[in-house]
Design a protein around this ligand. Structure first.
Ligand code: SF4
Length: 499
């Protein structure tokens, strides 16, 4: 049951909190990262929601599944790359079945401002066969979460709400509702079906119900003005709406994008001579539309990646009669951007990085602060592909290498790599930076890991305090460990000076 309507002036972050509280969410889990830290901090301020950071996104999502099975609604908050880590239980849970509603909020970093890549989380909706919302305003964000919780329960599968920093920063009045019913638990009847049967059942019941919802969703709205149109979703709908109004173009805003509302879109396109498709980050809608009338990121009318602004869209509109544009793409370099990110001036680990440089070995970095040493003046990183991945990557080098790992990255997923390396006898030198916080992602506190590592490696682990170290004395220690034909761990503890 839904009752009680009130209004609130808020930004996107406040809309998430309001929808979670109004939707009777009991558990929020997540992993720190840009651009979703603000969402999680606001959920932690709620008196009615138990909200704690977890070490990785797989754990965060699995907790939500447990909560849902017992009849309590849950929200999971992750940046886009975290959805990759979450994807195993996320995808499986759609056909396994859930009880109370689960909403996954995926924060996409458009333009890879503070991330190791640019990625569009909406694609996970295709892979997992789950509903995806791509709201453009605080109201649409509120409605996506509030309605998404109910839909999730109805179809017994999670839903994904994609957000970007622009949506989270927007501010407007929102209309609130209040959910007053008791969500159901996960029934034991799921165990009457084979795994294949569960998928059949989900496609027959859940997916078809989701398709019906998408076809009639109030989040997909049309403004008719003329024979040229724009189709947009997410925050790209805001500049698109301004351009559509000033050029007297029709506008279809899509907030519920998977299952793709193809009848609505096809009907709109049939009324148009041309349509421009505006969306962040990938051509998700455009690939579904696949019409000779469509222009967008795939036809060169809009940049293939990155943020869309009014100038991009205006330029595309002015060239809408052309089938294709072939813009010259000049990939951004550190030089053209004008700056390279670097360690804090007073970083206590600098002597250790200096010593690693002196070793002249292949170096695998995680994607915490140590990735800054890929840039000048260090230039020491050979490879850095994900949080917690540095140790495994170094184990694949064709000669002994160095793996740099922060304590947060170890707790995220690096400890398994460390165990794997030890159990398989890999010959690698691991340097662990311990500061008891997720330094790069906002300074969230984490527990001390020294005891765990020392208990695993004993005399093969040397524990050091950063204070008082010099590059020369660290080099002496590292060189000795590097020359030993076995796995060694150099652990260094220091206080992070970033404020
Ligand atoms: S945030 Fe902390 S660990 Fe990272 S560079 Fe700055 S001082 Fe060093």
């Amino acid at each position: 049951m839904v009752s009680k309507v009130s209004t609130l002036n808020t930004d996107g972050v406040g809309a998430v909190l309001a929808a979670a509280e109004d939707g009777s969410v009991k558990l929020a889990t997540g992993v720190p990262g840009y651009p979703i830290n603000g969402i999680f901090a606001s959920l932690q301020s709620s008196g009615s929601i138990c909200a704690n950071w977890q070490y990785n996104e797989k754990i965060a999502y699995e907790m939500a599944v447990g909560s849902s099975a017992c009849g309590e609604r849950a929200i999971v908050v992750s940046k886009h790359v975290g959805i990759n880590v979450m994807s195993d239980p996320l995808i499986i849970s759609a056909t396994h079945g859930i009880g109370a509603g689960i909403v996954v909020i995926a924060g996409d970093d458009v333009g890879a401002e503070l991330s190791q890549n640019e990625q569009d989380s909406r694609w996970y909706g295709k892979l997992a066969e789950i509903p995806v919302y791509d709201p453009s305003t605080p109201q649409d964000l509120y409605d996506s979460i509030f309605d998404g919780l109910a839909l999730s329960e109805r179809i017994s599968a999670p839903v994904l709400v994609r957000v970007t920093v622009a949506v989270l920063n927007d501010r407007s009045d929102i209309t609130r509702r209040k959910y007053t019913a008791e969500p159901g638990k996960l029934g034991r009847d799921i165990w009457n079906y084979t795994m294949y049967g569960k998928h059949q059942k989900y496609l027959k019941e859940g997916w078809s119900a989701a398709s019906f919802e998408s076809s009639r969703s109030g989040l997909n709205k049309i403004v008719r003005r003329g024979p040229y149109g724009i189709i947009s979703s997410g925050h790209a709908s805001i500049p698109a709406a301004a351009i559509a109004a000033s050029y007297r173009m029709s506008h279809l805003t899509l907030g519920f994008v998977n299952p793709f509302p193809k009848n609505k879109v096809n009907d709109f396109i049939s009324e148009m001579e041309y349509v421009l498709v505006c969306e962040d980050v990938a051509p998700f809608l455009e690939e579904h539309i696949n019409s000779p009338k469509a222009r967008g990121r795939m036809t060169g009318h809009l940049p293939r990646a990155g943020v869309l602004d009014e100038d991009n869209i205006m330029n595309a509109v002015e060239n809408i009669l052309k089938d294709r544009i072939n813009p010259e793409i000049v990939p951004e370099t550190l030089e053209s951007r004008g700056f390279a990110k670097s360690l804090c001036k007073e970083c206590p680990y600098k002597p250790v990085y200096d010593a690693i440089k002196m070793l002249d070995a292949p170096v695998s970095s995680d994607v915490g602060c140590s990735i800054y040493t890929a840039n000048p003046p260090y230039n020491i990183v050979t490879v850095a592909c994900g949080l917690g991945s540095s140790i495994s990557a170094a184990c694949g080098f064709n000669k002994k290498g160095v793996a740099m790992a922060g304590d947060f990255s170890l707790l995220h997923t690096g400890l398994q790599s460390m165990l794997n390396a030890k159990l398989h006898g890999h010959n690698v030198l691991v340097v662990v930076f311990v500061n008891e916080e997720a330094a790069m992602t906002g300074g969230q506190k984490i527990p001390e890991v020294t005891g765990i590592i020392k208990s695993l490696f004993g005399d093969d682990c040397s524990v050091n305090e950063a204070e008082g170290l010099t590059a020369e004395n660290v080099y002496e220690d590292l060189k000795k460990m590097y020359e030993e034909p076995s796995m060694k761990v150099y652990l260094v503890k220091g206080l992070c000076v970033k404020k």
